[in-house]
Design a protein around this ligand. Sequence first.
Ligand SMILES: Cc1cc2nc3c(=O)[nH]c(=O)nc-3n(C[C@H](O)[C@H](O)[C@H](O)COP(=O)(O)OP(=O)(O)OC[C@H]3O[C@@H](n4cnc5c(N)ncnc54)[C@H](O)[C@@H]3O)c2cc1C
Length: 431
Amino acid sequence: MTTLLWFKQDLRLHDNPLLEGLDLTQPCLPVYCLDPAQFVADEQGVRRCGAHRAQHLLAALRALDNGLRTLGSPGLLLLPQAAEQALPELCRELDVRLLRTHSEYAPDELARLRQIAGQLPDSCQLQQVQDNRLFALDDLPFGLDKLPQVFTRFRNQIERQLPELHEVRARQRMGPWPRDAMGMREAWPTLAQFGLQAPDAEPRSALPSGAGEAAGLDWLSQYLWRDQSVRHYKETRNGLLGRDFSSKLSPWLADGSLSVRHVWRELRRHEDTYGANDSTYWLGFELLWREFFRLALQQHGGAWFRLRGLSDHAPVANRDERFEQWRSGQTGNDFVDACLQELNRTGFISNRGRQIAASYLVHDLQQDWRLGAAWFEQQLIDFEVGSNWGNWAYIAGVGHDPRGGRAFNVREQAKRHDPHGAYVRTWLADR
Ligand SMILES: Cc1cc2nc3c(=O)[nH]c(=O)nc-3n(C[C@H](O)[C@H](O)[C@H](O)COP(=O)(O)OP(=O)(O)OC[C@H]3O[C@@H](n4cnc5c(N)ncnc54)[C@H](O)[C@@H]3O)c2cc1C
């Protein structure tokens, strides 16, 4: 009986429910579908995935391919096609009996999964396992329809009754590919093939280098155990420059090279060893924000992507040259321009930088918040649909926390967080 493992945002071998309880005597084909449509620019010139993330993703896939080989598998079958085009056909051709993949929470991805399910041969079962979130839906102290509408209430309820985190035991071996799949391997894709140019290396980047599982686990171990930077997280997390002001776990969490449940357990183990403090607590607090946005998107679906989001009123929403100036870092506001320069050159900016850049676009330039969210989607290495669109909607005042929008006073923020102008100088030096 052939099993097809469809990897998506779970590019790892540790703590991955996709690999749980596989019968090693049976053929098993690990597949990733790299949909070329995500690299095609829309009428605004914006892609769903830009060069920074594409480069990171290809490296993470390469790492997964290598990891699978160390377990005796011939590796990862990487198909440069949309999953809905490739997988039903593949299942038919290889007489796949079980197609296993992680569950989804966002509307486009749910629709794709439904489409695939409808096209599978009757002999093939689709099985969904938990995605890279902390808690299984069934273990939450409330149903999805009763999800608290404000983060603080969500967090309080979770913290009062913390659900168990399921841990998947590491695999020692994987089964072989089905024989007929051996001839399907294609040349490893390149950025150029998708019309993307490899970004220049950027020594000013705040991100630690490396993509894929081993690099992610190594960084986690450095952050929690070797350097123990986590012990100062709460005081430094609003920083703008350097490697250690925040955990920088997001790129690995986003593509699933790191299991968020593993991160959570390691954080608790760190606390058991060295003691809990405000900082160790706060890192968990932020991981709960990530969880909250996932659940909220799952609950509200497509409504999140409307101009008025979850609110009754549409905010002001221009679409003009001020968006072009913002996205190219040419607004004339040095702090905002520095944020966009950093984003465009590295695929990353700090949380504080994201908040200020987003607030400026929405509240000062009065542009449609969705343009900014789409630009971040293209540029961010750590793009996650829930966290990105949720934070944007929140800042635009149309999201979950009904506080009427979070408008930041950019001048005040720059004074507070970049008092000597080091951040602006770093990113606007060559202007
Ligand atoms: C406009 C805007 C867009 C954003 N887009 C994304 C996105 O696409 N992907 C993404 O992972 N985060 C996004 N964030 C949240 C946050 O900025 C990043 O998670 C964080 O900067 C990543 O760096 P870090 O790993 O060092 O974070 P840390 O401060 O070390 O936090 C640890 C982890 O907690 C989670 N986290 C932290 N802050 C938030 C938050 N506000 N919302 C949700 N999760 C959080 C992330 O998984 C992060 O890796 C966005 C924030 C804003 C304001």
